[in-house]
Design a protein around this ligand. Structure first.
Ligand code: UGA
Length: 433
């Protein structure tokens, strides 16, 4: 098939590479010529394991075409996917301006052969209907098209694997022809295919992300109870998680969830709820507890670090990505800078983006060990494998004071005790010398 993907962020670029790898011809439409040039040259722009190789392979095979122009791609494609960003507005609503502008461009360029316009961006219930209206206003007289919602469930850091081996493909549409076309393009994906209506497909995505965010906030809430009562959050959650109705997955407490999805999607679902006069207290609590997870760690740092210099390991919102959007690190760094601390930071991939945000306000270390030089404490905010398997004896030698605040509970408490660290983690009794 020939398809178009509008947008080349995580969802757009990964989908484009995967569909091209399945043998389709994929146009990728963007609006920044220099970024498109980099993509043409095999630079994926974002850091995502394995993506460069798949991009290069499909560029070489001529199956990926990058362009700023909508005309040729849209008129030649059987499916046009919208994968542009829907960032949060001040009031929590998803900002749909780019999605709607793109819909207008698609409408203007559709040819007379039937085309499916499918939104993969996370959009509130009712948005696909708006896309349909806009296309109807802008299309030529004889144009045949149908809209379909096809939400994406990939995770950053394992985006290619999640797309090639998706657990499920959700397709929501009122058009049988659109559903059949989308089923056909997803044939190589073995996961379950769920065919439903537009509104349900839109809501499935928000429900998935909000339930996962709720699990994390629930784990963090229980960690607060553990800290007050002397219980151990790992023991509690390990036991609770054995109940298959609950599970242990996505219940790791710590400094809270970040990234471009959970924070924004929980807020957007609250906003949608308010529009329909639904009581959104549960979702509001999920959001509030996530904030509290950050302030909880911050309070511990402020209460216990006596010196001036703090080392921070982990800047990206999770391992295997360079993405710092809504990362806990951003809030913690801002708060510690305000308190006058000198911060020396390190992350395998997130340094460039943090530098763009904080410039010369931070010291950028070339390695995890270098960050510790003269530091009065170490704060861990991302659970990169490198930190899990670090030489802790060397860490102790390098730190001025052997104190670690662990926002991801990556070390064993007894080990830290034996090594002679002050070790403050989440929902577990502090190890104090
Ligand atoms: C999330 C969903 O997992 C994907 O299914 C979805 O497609 C994607 O959002 C999206 O909407 O595009 P992502 O944001 O890439 O994916 O990352 P996750 O792996 O879900 O992690 C989100 C945050 O939760 C990270 O900051 C992570 O550190 C945190 N987390 C995760 C916890 O604090 N505790 C946990 O137990 C699990």
């Amino acid at each position: 098939m020939t398809i178009t993907i509008v947008g080349h962020g995580y969802v757009g670029l990964v989908s484009a590479c995967v569909f091209a790898d399945f043998g389709n011809t994929v146009y990728v439409v963007g609006h920044t010529p220099e970024k498109l040039e980099r993509l043409k040259n095999g630079d994926p722009i974002i850091y995502e394991p394995g993506l460069k190789e798949v991009l290069e392979k499909n560029n070489k095979a001529g199956r990926l075409i990058f362009t700023t122009d909508f005309t040729e791609p849209v008129s030649k494609s059987e499916i046009v996917f919208i994968t542009v960003g829907t960032p949060p507005k001040e009031n929590g609503d998803a900002d749909l301006s780019v999605v709607l502008q793109v819909a207008e461009q698609i409408g203007k360029n559709l040819s007379n052969t039937f085309t499916v316009v499918s939104c993969k961006s996370t959009v509130p219930v009712g948005t696909n209907k708006k896309i349909e209206e806009i296309i109807n206003k802008n299309k030529g007289k004889d144009v045949q098209f149908a809209v379909a919602s096809c939400p994406e469930f990939l995770r950053e850091g394992s985006a290619l694997h999640d797309t090639f081996h998706a657990d499920r493909v959700v397709i929501g549409s009122e058009s049988k022809q659109a559903i059949d076309t989308l089923l056909k393009i997803h044939t190589p994906i073995t996961g379950k295919k769920i065919v439903t209506d537009l509104a349900s497909a839109e809501l499935i995505k928000y429900t998935s992300n909000s339930v996962l965010a709720m699990k994390i906030s629930f784990a963090n809430l229980i960690s607060f109870y553990c800290e007050k009562t002397g219980a151990n959050v790992e023991s509690v959650l390990n036991a609770v998680g054995l109940d298959q109705r609950i599970g242990r997955i996505f219940m790791d407490p710590g400094v809270g969830y970040g990234g471009s999805c959970f924070p924004k999607d929980v807020k957007a679902l609250i906003s949608t709820g308010k529009r329909f006069n639904i009581d959104t207290q549960l979702l509001e609590a999920v959001d509030t507890i996530n904030e509290e997870a950050r302030t909880n760690l911050l309070k511990k740092i402020l209460a216990q670090v006596k010196g001036e210099k703090i080392a921070i390991w982990g800047l990206s919102f999770k391992p295997n990505t360079d993405d710092i959007r809504f990362a806990p690190s951003v809030d913690i760094i801002k708060a510690l800078l305000e308190k006058g601390y000198t911060l020396s930071v390190y992350d395998q991939e997130g340094m460039k983006n943090i530098k763009r945000m904080f410039g010369d306000k931070l010291i950028y270390a070339a390695s995890s060990y270098e960050a510790l030089q003269d530091a009065d404490a170490l704060v861990i905010l991302t659970d990169w494998n490198e930190f899990k398997h670090i030489n802790l004896n060397k860490v102790k030698q390098l730190l001025k004071n052997p104190i670690i605040f662990d926002g991801r509970n990556i070390y064993d408490m007894q080990t830290m005790k034996d090594l002679g660290f002050n070790y403050i983690s989440t929902g577990r009794a502090p190890v104090l010398l």
